[in-house]
Design a protein around this ligand. Structure first.
Ligand SMILES: Cc1cc2nc3c(=O)[nH]c(=O)nc-3n(C[C@H](O)[C@H](O)[C@H](O)COP(=O)(O)O)c2cc1C
Length: 188
């Protein structure tokens, strides 16, 4: 698959099968992620690959955070609903930025590099026939989830990339034409 086709054809795929994905395929995605551009090659990324019952442990951390935010324990139904969010795909790759410096410019660049890495994950998965969706939502800021993932105070969870064999082929959300978002200067 050439790059233009991969970029254009990648979709966010929310519905995927529960079949497991091999470590080799996941590692190929992560390797692609690590080739993202990265100012001064600080390599500010960390990837936590979660599958099987480990998804429930992540979901429990999220449920604890929701209960704390609500100020009361969740009903059993609400709790299992919150936990089940992590069962929407067989594998979740949590993409974490560990900034290489306190300098705000470096912190921004490091986070930008991790975002580029997340895009690479999605493109590599797509080229391998896998579906992904980059999810953020409440999870990324929840103390319980951050602690569960071993985040230091400066770490930022950039995304949860859900991965699986596609069960749908979503239509492409339209984009504005390139000409409309481009300002030309110094051109005839
Ligand atoms: C930073 C970021 C956060 C996102 N968070 C979510 C999310 O929490 N839930 C979700 O369904 N999609 C999420 N998405 C996926 C977008 O909704 C999706 O990229 C958009 O609808 C365009 O569709 P496409 O990726 O198929 O082109 C996120 C995308 C980005 C870049």
């Amino acid at each position: 698959m050439n790059v233009a086709d991969a970029i254009r054809g990648r979709r966010s795929v929310g519905r995927v099968r529960q079949d497991g994905i091999s470590r080799e395929r996941i590692l190929r995605m992560v390797e692609a992620a690590t080739w993202a551009p990265n100012h001064k090659v600080t390599e500010p990324w960390r990837f936590v690959v979660i599958a099987g019952d480990a998804r429930d442990a992540l979901g429990e951390a999220h449920a604890d955070a929701v209960a704390r935010a609500n100020g009361s324990p969740l009903s059993p139904e609400a709790r299992s609903g919150a936990v089940a969010l992590t069962r929407r795909a067989p594998v979740i790759i949590v993409c974490i930025c560990t900034p290489s410096s306190d300098d705000p410019v470096v912190r921004r660049e490091d986070r930008d590099a991790v975002s580029a890495a997340v895009q690479n994950l999605g493109l590599a998965a797509h080229a391998d026939g896998l579906g992904t969706i980059w999810r953020t939502g409440l999870f990324v800021d929840e103390d319980e989830v951050r602690a569960h993932l071993g985040c230091a105070p400066a770490d930022e969870i950039v995304g949860f990339v859900y991965v699986g064999e596609p069960e749908e082929a979503p239509a492409a959300p339209p984009r504005r034409p390139a000409e409309e978002v481009t300002e030309w200067r110094g051109w005839d």
